[in-house]
Design a protein around this ligand. Structure first.
Ligand code: NAD
Length: 522
């Protein structure tokens, strides 16, 4: 796929963006590079028009209330269940995923619909705190969650259904309208679901999509009231800068370099299988991928030998609907280049490539599943996000050494600790500088949507899932009203007088000082 010349403002993604002549976008099959479809690019004027249409429909959507919105989203869930094969076909074609990976996404979105459908009333219920100052007990306090009008959701290519709709569902359930801008590399899945919402489900005009790369994304930031962004750290910074111009709030879910720590008492077989799956599911193109593994010295040799054997057995290729492969194609040519560069860098710096380590000749973007032993922090594969089918492993002296190295990263999205002593695992987890840790497990925190998922450090700002995953799409309004009929004027109101000031000062002292003598000023 040839990249055409484009300005920095058009895409922070840099090289490797699909060709666009400014009016159309070519979507290709990563499995063989053939053209799938040409779609129109939405320029700034069209983006504004779409956002304004959604904005006009949003008040009626908000007025439906949580249960009314829940009913519409349940129809989307039912449509996804009925059409999951079709959605997976589209996704597989535009991403090069194997079937098992493509089929993971619809069930997760259905679960998000059910979760927020069942819990939104609780998460967004008015709060009624009691005033802590005795003199304000006459007030009734209320904290109210009111949706942003239009949320722009800018999503990446690696999970086109999940990441275009996970936050979108929460925002819609909160009462916002949503305009999604899917990745220019994999827009067809999102387009299919939005088409179904409009044409088959007949849903209100509060969900739409716009297509294009950076220019379209920038226009969406300018037009919306809140921006949900999932993508690279580099683009995340561009998005935040652009949003700062209009003081538009953002939630950023960015890249990661998730560490896995394997302690000497770990169930070795489980740790090996966890590293293979956590590092290579979705061909390693997963934000929460195991990107680096630290193994305690006594079990290191056996761990790397078994991991190389396990990964060497994985089947790679296009598997259609059969589910007969574990590893697919790389979704973008730029990602393939990056993976090859990281592996070469490790090879030249003395790491051992135990299996894989080569791009596959022929049409399409393919890289072999790869295990690297004897990696260290001088190598890109241990410090920069690789985002491909590569599991680098490093020997460590002990748990302290592993923790120090795990935390030596600009990222902090997720991580894992493998041990048979789960309490010890939690102790190690508490010292990891990251938004989530799975003890004796990988990736599962994405499924436990009652807990927040969000990156520390360069991995992001804000969280999805949990209570905050829906509250973030709301503006918080505090409403104060009297409990009793009101006098003509409150004690603090005008006019001022010496007597009144003296009274107020004595009152403040009484309320804020501690100890009776201090309170009374004696
Ligand atoms: P990317 O940053 O290149 O693109 C993401 C989106 O931003 C795309 O829709 C793209 O068109 C858009 N975009 C590009 N330039 C823009 C601009 N100037 N203004 C507005 N929008 C712009 O990321 P990608 O390559 O699509 O995805 C891979 C990255 O996403 C990896 O770093 C991965 O870790 C990260 N990711 C994070 C999570 C998470 O939840 N934390 C999940 C999945 C992927």
């Amino acid at each position: 796929m040839e990249a055409t010349t484009r300005s920095e403002a058009e895409s922070a993604a840099g090289d490797g963006a699909p060709p666009t002549d400014g009016e159309t976008l070519e979507v290709r099959r990563p499995a063989d590079g053939s053209l799938l479809r040409t779609i129109p690019v939405d320029g700034p004027a069209r983006v504004r028009e779409v956002v304004e249409r959604v904005r006009a429909a949003q008040p009626a959507w908000e007025a439906l209330g949580i249960s009314g919105r829940r009913r519409w989203l349940a129809r989307l869930r039912d449509w996804l269940i009925e059409n999951s094969e079709r959605v997976a076909d589209v996704m597989q074609a535009e991403t090069g995923k194997v079937r098992a990976d493509a089929e993971l996404e619809a069930p997760l979105i259905c679960d998000v619909i059910n979760f927020y459908g069942a819990n939104a009333a609780r998460f967004l219920a008015d709060e009624t705190p009691s005033p802590h100052l005795p003199i304000l007990k006459v007030k009734r306090l209320r904290v109210v969650y009111r949706p942003h009008q239009v949320v722009g959701n800018i999503s990446p290519w690696n999970f086109p259904l999940l990441l275009s709709f996970d936050d979108t569902i929460a925002a819609l359930q909160a009462g916002a309208g949503v305009v999604v801008k899917p990745s220019e590399f994999a827009p067809l899945t999102t387009m299919e679901v939005v088409r179904a919402w409009k044409e088959e489900i007949g849903g209100p005009d509060v969900l739409d999509a716009v297509n294009g790369a950076g220019e379209t994304g920038g226009a969406l930031i300018d037009a919306c009231d809140f921006i949900q962004f999932t993508g690279s750290e580099r683009t995340g910074k561009v998005v935040m800068k652009r949003a700062a111009e209009s003081l538009t709030p953002v939630s950023l879910e960015l890249g990661g370099k998730d560490p896995m720590i394997v302690l000497r008492d770990a169930n070795l077989e489980r740790a090996v299988n966890g590293a293979a799956y956590g590092g290579l599911v979705n061909t390693g193109q997963t934000c929460l991928s195991i990107e680096r593994v630290y193994v305690e010295e006594p079990i290191y040799d056996e761990f790397v030998a078994r991991l190389a054997e396990r990964v060497g057995e994985l089947r790679q290729g296009e598997d259609g609907r059969s589910g007969s492969a574990e590893i697919g194609a790389m979704t973008t040519p730029a990602q393939l280049e990056k993976v090859a560069e990281h592996v070469e860098d490790a090879r030249t710096k003395g790491a051992r490539i135990l299996t894989g380590g080569r791009r596959i000749d022929g049409p399409g973007d393919w890289y072999e599943p790869t295990v690297i032993a004897d990696a260290d922090h001088s190598m890109k594969v241990m410090t920069e996000e690789t985002f491909g089918p590569v599991v680098p492993v490093m020997k460590v002296k002990d748990a302290e050494d592993a923790l120090r190295l795990a935390n030596d990263s600009r990222y902090g999205l997720g991580g894992s600790v493998f041990t048979r002593d789960f309490r010890r695992g939690e102790e190690v987890a508490r010292r990891m500088e990251t938004g989530a840790v799975n003890v004796d497990d990988v990736l599962t925190n994405y499924l436990t949507i009652e807990v927040p998922m969000g990156g520390w450090k360069a991995s992001g700002i804000g969280q999805r899932h949990g209570a905050n995953g829906i509250r973030k799409f709301c503006r918080v309004e505090s409403i104060l009203s009297p409990r009793f009929p009101q006098p003509a004027a409150d004690p603090l109101w005008f006019p001022n007088s010496r007597r009144k000031r003296a009274f107020v000062s004595r009152l403040f002292r009484f309320l804020n000082a501690r100890g009776w003598r201090n309170r009374l000023g004696i």
